[in-house]
Ligand binder design. Structure first.
Ligand SMILES: *Cc1c(COP(=O)(O)O)cnc(C)c1O
Length: 367
């Protein structure tokens, strides 16, 4: 049995007729930039996360950059960023004229290690980025305590965590602002690039919207220089068509994850991802750890089971960050990257596929 890591054509087949008519409507009305489809999606996406303000933008990386710019932090000040994430998390910091301070990750949950974060706060620290990695929310109550104590802004990177909840509260507007990505492979994916910003702060929402739209609110009235970052009408229509299905797709991910957690427990040499109490992960990824990662990956590939690695090189070790020299400060993330393996998970997974993965992993460790 082939088990794909991601199966977007299959997802399309399940919603083909409503998707086709949503796309057709945009093409027929010519509302390619702005318009009702974008507004409607912003309203629906904000409501999905109990957030008052949503600004749709071009992609998740832009969303992060625009938030950081809108926060108007002192140039050159530091932002705490987890060492285990996609480069967009740290890239946005640098591009906003700020400095990255990498924080190690918790070995069991892979999320930002808040003890290490607290240790690394200095005079120049101005913000902390909470990356809800693999779909699991960070402990926002503990994170907020640290942030309040040291007067830090909180930016949530929710690119992998659409609809995830910490203590019953949706991610995205738990800190100052949150960014989302609609890259096709994310839990809610466009048919191209897309992103969004959520916030409870009206003034910040207005600044983000202006930055994303050439520094203006009205057509040729520019208060400052911004940029062009927008979600187009077609992508908004695609996302609005998918959003009502997201809860069911997430439930499939959660069920698959639970089956993995049960079926793969008690294997010597294999660590399962720890789940935080009081948190609801949306399992964008299901990441296991093994010293035999490369052999296991090859073994599964031979059996037609696709896997991924998120991420193969911890951020502080990348050539892009050699100038910071912070790899030694993040020993867990910098050692664990050779052991991480992402098993297939998504709305395409059937119970048979999940079982096939479990059987193959078990037989690898028996052999
Ligand atoms: C995908 C991703 C991003 C970037 O989103 P894009 O839409 O691809 O720009 C940022 N952070 C994390 C953690 C991601 O997984």
């Amino acid at each position: 049995m082939t088990v794909k890591f991601l199966d977007l054509p299959m997802q399309y087949q399940t919603i083909a007729s409503e998707m086709d008519s949503a796309i057709q409507k945009i093409v027929q009305t010519g509302a390619f930039i702005g318009g009702a489809a974008v507004k409607d999606f912003e309203t629906a996406f904000a409501s999905y996360h109990d957030a008052p303000y949503c600004i749709a933008v071009g992609n998740g990386t832009d969303a992060l950059e625009i938030i950081l710019e809108a926060l108007d932090l002192p140039q050159g000040s530091e932002v705490l960023v987890p060492a285990n994430s996609f480069i967009a998390s740290s890239e946005a910091v640098t591009r906003a004229g700020l400095r990255v301070r990498f924080v190690d990750c918790d070995p069991a949950t892979h999320l930002i290690d808040l003890k290490d974060a607290a240790r690394k706060i200095g005079e120049k620290t101005c913000a902390i980025m909470a990356v809800h990695l693999y779909g699991q929310p960070c402990d926002m109550v503990a994170l907020k305590k640290i942030a309040e104590l040291h007067n830090l802004k909180i930016v949530e990177d929710c690119a992998q965590a659409h609809g995830a909840k910490d203590k019953g509260l949706s991610v995205g507007a738990l800190g100052d602002a949150g960014s989302f990505s609609f890259y096709p492979g994310k839990n809610l994916g466009a048919y191209g690039d897309g992103g969004a910003i959520l916030t409870r702060n009206e003034e910040l929402a207005k600044r983000c919207r202006m930055i994303a739209n050439h520094g203006r609110l009205a057509k040729y009235d520019h208060a400052f220089e911004g940029r062009n970052s927008r979600l187009d009408g077609l992508q908004a229509a695609v996302l609005s068509t998918k959003l009502p299905h997201l809860q069911a797709w997430t439930a499939t991910r959660q069920k698959t994850a639970q089956t993995y957690l049960d079926g793969l427990s008690g294997i010597a040499g294999l660590s399962l991802p720890a789940q935080r109490k009081d948190a609801e992960s949306v399992f964008h990824l299901f990441v296991i750890r093994s010293e035999k990662r490369d052999a296991l990956k090859a073994y599964l590939a031979e059996r037609d089971i696709q896997t991924g690695i998120h991420y193969p090189i911890a951020l502080p070790k990348l050539e892009a960050y050699a100038y910071l020299g912070q790899a030694a400060d993040c020993p867990v993330a910098c050692a664990q990257d050779t052991t991480l393996l992402s098993l297939p998970i998504g709305d395409h997974m059937t119970p048979e596929m999940t079982q096939a993965v479990i059987d193959a992993v078990r037989s690898f460790f028996k052999g």
